[in-house]
Each structure stands twice: as C-alpha cells, then as structure tokens.
Ligand binder design. Structure first.
Ligand code: FIX
Ligand code: ZN
Length: 445
C-alpha cells in the first residue's frame, strides 16, 4: 500500500532550464509543422463553383482576381474613411467600373498610405503567396498576371496554396439570381471541391416577404404559421436540401434574435414546427450566425452592415429544448464570446465556430481561441474564412494558422510545465480536430 502511495506521490524529475528550452523549441517545431500541413475544411465561405459563372462575366458568382480582391466590401468601407462621401459621393463611386473602383482603393489604401489594416494586409499576403510583389503602386501588373489564369484551375491553385481541402458555400435560396441558376442547372454545385449550404435568412428575418415568395413558388402558406403552413415550409426545406445536397442550413440573425419570442410567434413556430423537425430527422446542423445589424449605412451596400450584442440565453434555450438538433453558432460581438463559450460547456449539441467578420482580426482571434481552448479543450472550430473572393482563402488561412499555432504552442508549453509530455501524435490529432475533423464529424461527412 505504502509503496503504491509512494509511487502515486512521485513527481516527474525536475527539468533544468536547458531541457525546458529544448522542449519549447521542439514544441514550436511540431506545432508549426502540423498546422501548416493540416488541410483545412473551410466551413463558411461565399465562394462558388465555376459553374455558377465567374467574374468578370456579368452575373458570375465566383468572384476572383485582383479587382474583386481590392474592391472587397471591407476595403470599400475603409476607403470611404479616407475619401469621404462628402468628397466622393457614394453614387459616384458605385457608378465607377470595377477597375476604376479598384484603382481608387489601391491608390488611397495601398499606394498613398500604409496598408496596415487586416483587410489591406490580407491583399498583400495573398499577392505574396501567389508569387507576386505586393509593393506595386498600380494594379496594371497584377491584372496582366490574373488575366492569364483560368477560373477552375485557379480554384485548384488557391486551394493548394491555402491548403484547403473543401470549400463550403453559402447558397441563399431567396436570392432570385442564384435561385435562377439552380433552377436552370440543378447540377451547378457538382464539384467535389465544394459543398452547398441552404441559407434561408428571410424565413426568420422577414416572414411576410418569405411567405409571399413561398406562395409565388407554389407553397400553400398562410400569414400565420398554421399546421398547413408548417407542412408546406417543411416541403420547401426538403426540396432545396435535396436539390442542393446541402450539408447544413444557415441563417444570419440580428442582435435582437430571441427564442422563444412571444412578439414573433411565426418565428418560434417556424423553428419548432418546420426547421428543427426536418433537421433533426436528417441529423443536420442548424448554423446560427447571430449579431449582424444589417444596413446601418445602406449607401455602403455590402459594406453597410455592423455588429450588435446578442442574447446567448436564447441559444441555451434552443440547445436545451431541442436535444435531438445540432447547433453551429458564431456570434458577432466580442462581448458575447465568454458567455457563449460557457454555454458550449453545457450542451454537446452546440458547436462554436469561427471568429466572424469584425472578429476576424489577430487581436480577437487570439483572445477567442485562447478562451475557447481553455474552456472547451479542442471541441470547437477556431476559424472559417468567410471568403467572398476565392483568392482570400490564401490570406485568411495564412493569417489564422499563425495565430492558432501560437496559441497551441503556449498551451502545450503550459502542459509541459505541469509535467505532461506532449508528443507529435497529440499535436497532429488536435490540429486535425480543430481545422477539419470537428466540423466534418458534426455534419457527418
Ligand atoms: O451573413 C454572412 O454570411 C456574413 O458573413 C456576410 O454577410 C458578411 O458580409 C461577410 O462576408 C463577413 O465577413
Ligand atoms: Zn458569411
């Protein structure tokens, strides 16, 4: 008994400074190697298969190339801080051609000033990783290079450079232009590099508009959410889930989103009687992206949205009352992150993901990843790119991999300091979970 007690009390041999230094160096090497080598499954993007049409083709949904990269809505917002609408009216900017807009942005954000913001730095990283010099004063040279690229081959090039093995799309079925493409070409998403996601914001954000469209499409729905309406909405959902071969359903929701919400009985009924039963039947997650206050400045178009603090307890109630459903959740406000992390500790059917939109900045990615790892271990998905332009996959993952690696190195050093031996197997398994396998397991792929 006493020898067993003695064994139990034995402490690991004291490690001298030199040993600890070599352990630290070893950990840094293992993590950097594993994070760089691990293919990422990018669970939320706005990229499209080439069959949806590619820029600069009018109406092409696959955006790529230097002019799309430089006119990304994040950069539109930033250039209007330098040349305000009082000097360059919004309408004048929007009347410019894509190349004129890009030249304007490149001049003011990249040539005349230091491109120090995260969105600016992203363009530079992408250019560098594609083998181009990011110090050009004009876009002419880049345009020549991109003109030689072919969209589908460029998809392969970007995926290889970014080490992304699967690009998950966002497919807003209430968008008339995109729905028209699906209706003309049901196989438009047949491309094993991509997966489809059924995006249905209006069904919660604007039931009146959604109901009107559903009736136009031949679904017999009423203003109020009757049982017949519930059955028809279920028929609509099943039709599009099957047509898209969608791997989950997603919505972006306002800061005010609440469940239950007595003031919006149709919204509660939609969740309880239509969406969640269909998803539970298919073991398919519902992704809620909560906190986007849309169009605070409509003149900025896609750049006109902002953030608001949301209600985590509504997520808690959904996870609690619908244990057969799986919820992927990301919130847009920094202030919501800790409470959301604790919520994830309470419900195994809740998977947190990404540092969304205004959180996708190094200072916040690091803070959130540390918080999540210390509260949730490796049971979360640290990042998604939200790339709207294909080329952005390169920088969004280059930047995030570095931060995720930095946090892992620190946490593994903490483990070593407690006497635990971290091996390369531990590191590889953890990195695979974080960058690929947690998500794929949650969607059953
Ligand atoms: O709702 C969303 O999917 C958001 O990610 C976008 O609407 C947003 O404009 C974006 O691209 C953020 O990164
Ligand atoms: Zn998005």
């Amino acid at each position: 008994m006493s020898s067993k007690r003695t064994d139990m009390r034995s402490t690991p041999p004291a490690r001298n400074e030199r040993t600890l230094r070599s352990i630290k160096a070893g950990i840094e090497q293992m993590v950097t190697r594993a994070v760089a080598a691990q293919p990422v499954t990018d669970l939320h993007t706005h990229c499209y298969t080439p069959r949806f049409g590619a820029a600069p083709q009018p109406g092409g949904l696959l955006l790529w190339g230097i002019d799309e990269l430089v006119t990304y809505h994040y950069l539109v917002a930033e250039v209007f801080r330098i040349v305000p609408a009082t000097e360059l009216p919004y309408d004048t900017f929007w009347a410019m051609s894509k190349t004129e807009q890009a030249d304007h942005i490149w001049k003011h954000l990249f040539a005349d000033r230091t491109p120090i913001s995260e969105a600016c730095r992203g363009v530079l990283t992408t250019l560098s990783k594609l083998g181009l010099d990011p110090n050009e004063k004009t876009l002419a040279g880049y345009r020549k290079w991109f003109a030689k690229q072919n969209p589908s081959q460029f998809v392969d090039k970007v995926m290889e450079t970014a080490n992304v093995d699967w690009i998950v799309m966002t497919n807003p079925v209430f968008d008339d232009h995109e729905r028209g493409i699906w209706e003309r070409d049901p196989d438009v998403a047949i491309d094993d590099r991509f997966a489809a996601v059924l995006r249905i914001d209006p069904l919660l954000r604007n039931w009146t508009l959604a109901g009107k469209k559903l009736r136009e499409w031949g679904y017999n729905v009423d203003e109020t959410f009757t049982d017949r309406t519930a059955a028809e909405v279920q028929r609509f959902l099943r039709h599009w889930l099957d047509r898209m071969k969608a791997i989950y359903v997603a919505m972006s929701l306002p800061p005010e989103f609440a469940y239950p919400n007595p003031a919006q009985p149709n919204a509660d009924a939609f969740l309880e009687k239509a969406l969640l039963p269909v998803l539970a039947e298919r073991k398919m997650p519902f992704a809620m992206m909560i906190g986007s206050r849309l169009q605070v400045n409509p003149s900025l178009k896609d750049a006109g949205d902002m953030v608001g603090k949301s209600d985590v307890q509504s997520v808690v109630r959904l996870c609690d009352r619908f244990p057969r459903n799986k919820f992927m959740v990301t919130m847009l406000a920094r202030e919501n992150q800790h409470e959301l992390c604790v919520a994830a500790r309470k419900f195994g059917n809740l998977l947190l993901f990404g540092c969304w939109w205004f959180l996708n900045n190094p200072v916040l990615i690091e803070e959130m990843t540390r918080m999540r790892m210390e509260l949730l271990g490796t049971t979360f998905v640290p990042q998604h790119s939200d790339a709207r332009i294909l080329d952005q996959l390169v920088y969004k993952w280059e930047h995030s991999r570095r931060i995720i690696a930095k946090v892992l190195i620190d946490k593994y050093n903490d483990l070593e300091a407690s006497g635990f031996h971290v091996t390369e197997d531990h590191v590889k398994a953890d990195v695979a979970r974080l960058l690929r396998d947690n998500f794929r397991a949650f969607v059953g792929k």
